[in-house]
Design a protein around this ligand. Structure first.
Ligand code: NAP
Length: 283
């Protein structure tokens, strides 16, 4: 079974390829999809690399020729409308090539988070496309909190407007392992999995950090206005600061608060606990 992975030069795509190889999946059947073929060949020399640009439907259709299953790793395009076009190009190419499965990395409660708009539209497009699909709604990668962790290490307070909102934290590599498993296992199609683990609010995240770092860590709760101003002072552009502040407010209102044992089902084991994950990240 030939499996394609988009964004193979990125963290997530690369982790998935690494996991497939580690699991002993035949490297002849792993195809990396990248806009920069040379970069991808250097990074993963053991697999076939095909040129694929999210913004070029024709090229994407060619890149997916002869593949059975593809992982569409959601893009980082900040403009939601452009991001939707990038994702739908892959879905159109999947349909054109009669793929037997398209796996899409979405986000937790996409309808409740402004960052989830493109995820929601992509899910809708995929569900009405007739392409067999599996959607993985990933909660936060722990890596997203690296800035907070770095502040704690530097004895600076962690500053947030998330309040008592809860969110799940797991290593990006574990979400990637779950995605790799979905690509090679015979699972039921047209399913949505909620990948979430270690649900915490900021106070619990900070007390876990204190245990790992073995020192006190200060937490400062601020308002949405203060958060937006602080980001702008940190040279984050106005629209991004506004979007990130709103996304945090959505988490405060429950957009990250997802409980499910889907992660365990797809990994075949419990995801690592938060303390262990933070330690692994700091190694
Ligand atoms: N749940 C969470 O907490 C969380 C956090 C962060 C991100 N995410 C999501 O996860 C995704 C993957 O994250 P990541 O860390 O792996 O991102 P990353 O390391 O920045 O990788 C992005 C990949 O997309 C490729 N790419 C960008 N534009 C492209 C285009 N027009 N055509 C083809 N390829 C293109 C990049 O290729 P080049 O190497 O050529 O640039 C790279 O391979 C993100 O895009 C985001 O949607 C989720």
């Amino acid at each position: 079974m030939k499996i394609g992975i988009t964004g193979v030069t990125g963290h997530f795509g690369y982790d998935v390829v690494k996991d497939l190889i580690n699991q002993g999946y035949n490297t002849k059947n792993i195809i990396g999809l990248a806009r920069n073929v040379e970069k991808a060949k250097k990074q993963v020399p053991s697999i076939e690399i095909r040129k694929a640009d999210f913004d070029n439907l024709e090229l994407m259709e060619k890149a997916l020729q002869g593949l059975d299953r593809v992982l569409l790793v959601s893009t980082k395009e900040p403009d939601p409308q452009k991001r939707i076009v990038q994702h739908t190009n892959v879905i159109k190419a999947a349909k054109h090539n009669h793929l037997s499965l398209l796996v899409y990395t979405s986000g937790t409660k996409p309808d409740q988070n402004p960052l989830g708009f493109a995820h929601m539209k992509t899910e809708e497009f995929l569900q009405s496309s007739s392409v067999p699909y599996i959607i993985l709604r990933n909660n936060y990668y722990l890596e997203v909190k690296l800035n907070d962790i770095q502040r704690a290490i530097n004895n600076q307070p962690i500053v947030t407007n998330v309040g008592k909102g809860k969110f799940g934290l797991a290593l990006r590599s574990e979400y990637a392992q779950a995605a790799a498993n979905v690509l090679i296992k015979p699972l039921a199609i047209n399913q949505t999995y909620n990948l979430t683990a270690n649900l915490v609010d900021y106070a619990t995240f900070v007390s876990t950090l204190e245990k790992v770092l073995n020192k006190p860590v200060k937490l400062k709760n601020i308002t949405d206005d203060e958060m937006e101003k602080a980001m702008i002072n940190n040279r984050i552009s106005d629209p991004v600061a506004s979007l990130m502040t709103k996304a945090n407010a959505a988490i405060r209102n429950g957009a990250g608060d997802e409980v499910s044992d889907d992660f365990k089902k797809l990994l075949g084991r419990q995801p690592k606990g938060l303390e262990e994950s933070i330690k692994a990240l700091l190694k």
